[in-house]
Design a protein around this ligand. Structure first.
Ligand SMILES: [Ca+2]
Ligand SMILES: [Ca+2]
Ligand SMILES: [Ca+2]
Ligand SMILES: [Ca+2]
Length: 321
């Protein structure tokens, strides 16, 4: 089991990303918000400075990912990353390794007046506000120009210091594809059919387009062998992965992040692990049999906006030792 996966398993909060949308912890948040508001007000009257912004100047952002990190606390509550892109590209941001039980969020603005400062002239483009230490990510297709990524502390009841890492890249729409690997959707270990001839399909529904050029699904295959005493045959878990229901061109590929750096490096798309049909044709990657390791399916925009259905079809494949 990979280090990342075992870290995930040791976390106590499952489906963290889903919780904010469902407002499960609304009461808790209101409580924290009130607590924070009162503290800020108190500090204000004491004459204390309670909020400050630190600006990191990245310069020209390309498809070579930049990995950085910093901390936020009661004083430094917001970090800004200013950068420009020289061609129309997907701006890719992955906010991860956030201190456990803390919460930072991510926003992207167009720096309309190109002054490197977030001000009234600038245009809000996209945000990601998952709960707690779940990764926040943005993949946004944008024209050449100046941009500002904002990392802000949301964990109002946090123990002052919050550490995080932020990866940034800008990838060309056709020559390259988003190359960061935020943990977006946890598929987990795929179950196997109860019979050696059975098939079991799990589907996920999403969309990719200009405002969200890529989605990632983390999964693994069971690391077991099957033996059918009636036919004397051995089997191993396999999966077919398909992308259906497209109204524009989206593609898929399967990645094994061998060096565990949350970036798709060369050689990390598995052999036979991509499907790039044109138009609205469905995509299919069949017979994946890599067991035990954490794998990632990336669904990404080729052109236009489209809903999609991503299907994992598990089955037992014949295996001869
Ligand atoms: Ca500005
Ligand atoms: Ca967050
Ligand atoms: Ca990698
Ligand atoms: Ca396609």
């Amino acid at each position: 089991m990979s280090q990342k996966l075992s870290q995930k398993l040791s976390q106590t909060e499952p489906s963290i990303a889903l919780k904010k949308r469902e407002n499960i912890n609304r009461e808790n948040y209101l409580k924290l918000f009130l607590q924070r508001f009162l503290t800020s007000t108190f500090n204000f009257f004491k004459g204390g400075k309670t909020m400050a912004t630190y600006t990191h100047n990245i310069g020209n952002l390309t498809n070579t990912a930049i990995q950085g990190g910093d901390l936020l606390n009661d004083y430094w509550t917001e970090d800004h990353y200013t950068f420009n892109i020289s061609n129309s590209s997907s701006i890719n941001l992955n906010l991860h390794n956030i201190t456990m039980n803390d919460d930072a969020d991510l926003k992207l603005y167009r720096d309309v007046n190109a002054n490197g400062v977030l001000d009234g002239a600038d245009e809000f483009l996209q945000s990601s506000t998952n709960l707690y230490s779940a990764d926040d990510s943005i993949n946004y297709f944008a024209n050449a120009g100046s941009y500002i990524a904002v990392v802000e502390r949301y964990a109002l009841g946090s123990q002052d210091r919050l550490d995080y890492e932020l990866d940034l890249s800008a990838t060309h729409q056709y020559r390259s594809h988003p190359n960061l690997l935020p943990d977006e959707f946890e598929v987990g270990e795929l179950s196997t059919p109860t019979s050696f001839t059975g098939r079991e399909t799990t589907s996920y529904y999403g969309w990719v387009g200009n405002a969200n050029t890529a989605d990632t699904y983390v999964f693994s295959l069971r690391d077991i062998d099957g033996f059918d005493p009636q036919t004397f045959r051995f089997y191993r878990p396999r999966v077919n992965i398909s992308l259906t229901g497209l109204s524009s061109d989206a593609d898929i590929r399967i990645i094994r992040d061998s060096n565990n750096n949350d970036i798709i490096d060369s050689g990390e798309v598995i052999v036979g692990g991509s499907s790039t049909n044109g138009g609205t044709s469905s995509e299919l990657i069949s017979g994946i049999s890599i067991r035990g390791d954490e794998l990632i399916v990336q669904v990404y925009q080729y052109s236009g906006d489209t809903n999609y259905q991503l299907n994992f079809e598990s089955y037992w494949g014949r295996f001869i030792s």
